[in-house]
Write a protein that binds this ligand. Structure first.
Ligand SMILES: C[S@@+](CC[C@H](N)C(=O)[O-])C[C@H]1O[C@@H](n2cnc3c(N)ncnc32)[C@H](O)[C@@H]1O
Length: 364
């Protein structure tokens, strides 16, 4: 299969995964060679490294999957994000030819190249100097125009520039007021903002002086940013529990959903739980295939888990098991609202020397 057939198949796979592929987006993904942005290879899911010399390299590059391009010990610290998620975010960004776009998290440079293919002029910032240098080299080698890569903490944005759009491709606890300052009136920022232990993507509007409001777009699995963008704050949920941190659980309420909730509906329930409960996060639960929604006690050993079948498994504090049952009842009573139904109001929080806009109030 030649390169353009592979890209066409990737676009089909992204569409099948639910990405809103406008003609412009499909053309951008069909034009930009993803392999040009991972010349140093990436981590295989089963361990080991896939490099350009490997026979399955191009097959793996054209999967609708994240490619981890840098690890620190076992922790991924840079990657090319999942293409269907990139497409959903680019569609929410509503980028038009001539737009000036600030990207936080240059990573491989692939998303910046797609922005350029959509007609934008891009400043992309990455906190890791080696990552920024590789992105810059890949962009030059691929002949991509109108993209400038800078090294620095994305909190500062790109001083001296004005933008029509901001896209953040790393998980943050909140938005830097500097991004909103550098956005022209009417601009939007698309940002994965921490909520209940994950990073749902928000479309955020508002001047740096506020009011700042947001709509919820989709779930995401972004890695967390470095620096003040991930400061803890008074509205924050607990960090996810590591395997073994939560004590063994017993069933305290039977399954409620038959069949169990699908992946997206489960994220909708999870989002609502984060709105209604300050201790919502997630944890590995024995017997569950994926990490589960959990209400975690202050001691991080007690808690109540809600798996996709809507049962409640708990340990310790009975109040949390009761809260979990109440969340399930309330979510049903509200008509199982999807995460996109929530309207969010943000408040300034975080470090006093580097405040961030964080979700603080929600309405349906
Ligand atoms: C998922 S990758 C970005 C993917 C990228 N847009 C692409 O197309 O390949 C996240 C990147 O965010 C960067 N990052 C983490 N914290 C940051 C911060 N505070 N400021 C700027 N970049 C940051 C990481 O170094 C990493 O390269």
């Amino acid at each position: 299969m030649n390169a353009s057939d592979r890209r066409a198949r990737l676009v089909d796979d992204m569409r099948a995964a639910g990405a809103p592929m406008s003609a412009e987006l499909a053309a951008a993904f069909a034009a930009v060679p993803r392999e040009a942005f991972v010349p140093g290879g990436f981590q295989r899911h089963g361990g080991g490294w896939a490099g350009p010399g490997d026979r399955d390299f191009l097959d793996l590059v054209h999967r609708d999957d994240v490619l981890v391009t840098k690890v620190d010990g076992r922790m991924p610290v840079s990657s090319s994000s999942q293409p269907s998620l990139m497409a959903i975010m680019l569609a929410a960004l509503d980028v038009r030819p001539g737009h000036r776009v600030l990207e936080i998290g240059a990573g491989t440079g692939y998303n910046a190249a797609l922005l350029s293919a959509l007609g934008a002029t891009v400043v992309s910032v990455d906190v890791q100097a080696d990552v920024a240098a590789r992105a810059s080299a890949a962009l030059s080698a691929a002949g991509v125009e109108r993209v400038q890569v800078q090294t620095g903490d994305g909190y500062a944005g790109a001083p001296g520039h004005r933008f029509d759009r901001v896209i953040v491709t790393v998980g943050v606890a909140g938005l830097s007021p500097r991004w909103l300052n550098q956005l022209d009136p009417g601009g939007v920022a698309v940002v994965p903002v921490e909520h209940a232990g994950t990073h749902p993507v928000l479309t955020v509007r508002g001047p740096a002086a506020g009011p700042v409001t947001a709509e919820v777009i989709c779930p995401s699995g972004f890695m967390s940013a470095a620096g003040p963008l991930t400061a803890t704050h008074q509205f924050a949920h607990p960090a996810p529990a590591a395997p073994g941190e939560l004590a063994p659980l017993t069933v305290t309420a039977p399954a409620r959903f038959d069949p169990p909730l699908g992946a997206l509906a489960y994220r909708d329930l999870w989002y609502a739980a984060g709105v209604w409960h300050r201790r919502a996060t997630h944890a590995a639960v024995p017997g569950a295939e994926h990490s589960c929604l959990v209400l975690l006690a202050e001691d991080r050993a007690q808690g109540a888990a809600i798996p996709p079948d809507g049962s409640v498994l708990s340990t310790g504090e009975p109040a949390l098991a009761q809260d979990a049952a109440d969340i399930l009842r309330r979510w049903d009573a509200e008509g199982r609202p999807p995460m996109r139904a929530w309207r969010v109001t943000l408040a300034l929080a975080g470090r006093s020397d580097a405040p961030i806009w964080v979700p603080a109030n929600w309405s349906l």
